[in-house]
Design a protein around this ligand. Sequence first.
Ligand code: BDR
Ligand code: CA
Length: 341
Amino acid sequence: PIPVIIDCDTGVDDALALLFAVRHPGIDLRAVTCVAGNTDVDGVVRNTLTVLETAGAPDVPVARGAERPLIEAPRSASHVHGHDGMGDLGLPAPRRTPADVDAVTLLHREILASPRPVTLVPTAPLTNIALLLRTHPEVTRNIERIVFMGGAAGAGNATPVAEFNVWHDPEAAAILLTAGVPLTMYGLDVFNRVVVPAAEVHRLRTSTEPGARLAGDLLAHRPAAPGTTAGGTGGTAVHAPADGTGDPDGPDEAAGGLGDAGALCAVVDPRGLTTYRLPVEVSLAPGPARGQTVVDRRSRIGEAELHEGTREQALVDVGLEVDVPRYVKLYLETVEAGGTG
Ligand code: BDR
Ligand code: CA
């Protein structure tokens, strides 16, 4: 199995990612670190411990990390994710406490201790990762790749152009992008598209197995992003083709987006994600573009490679297309099979 460490801000869709990582036989989940984002960091730690316990993985080490971004003021996303960051699902309190080391220390220790290079999967603001890279730069020698949920080549969500995780801590994202580690960006362009149909959500919710049932409840609390079935652009088309390619019924209210869990699907099944190696830079200047990931789509593969080593921007494997049925099937088969909880 692939040694994986998740850095998250659990979070409804982070929880979906944790459930998948625990269940997938191709993943060896070695640690989970927590950062402020969807809710405050103590809430994130609690949610993460509860989800791992429900999934039957109470022994995965969990550590508390940064409680605020590097430079930005702390910000709450409770208007999106509920007061507990988990859609106010009313989950039980965890039975255990986190590790007695902080997130950066646990990341450092687990990365260097892994017999094989680790795949790091941040599904949250990149504060912990930036602190790790600055404190212990030698970890990069045992990192295979960082597959991160963050950024957007197209529209944002926190602002018109910025995705939440990057917008929350833009400086941290900039440090990640220049880390010199192979990077895969699982941004909003694909994140919003992978939606589990209502019938499957219903099936999960009625499962007798606690982990699968939790996945169903989380998906039911995580509605598909507006316009996902029609391409995820948002807004109302003022001039649409009458060729049947649109979605006359609109999104199904009871379908649920996989969100962050899609980044874990990309780790075990990278062929389901079409990536292009492109220059990416974070906009750090104050103003309406702060936190935007500026993806240079003028230069697809060949041209980008031509510039490798000469450009200041990082080259990132940016996911721009995703095989939706493939990832939905992968997710369902994984969370419904082999539960130990
Ligand atoms: C990201 O922000 C959070 O709300 C989600 O968990 C995801 O990681 C999407 O912009
Ligand atoms: Ca997240």
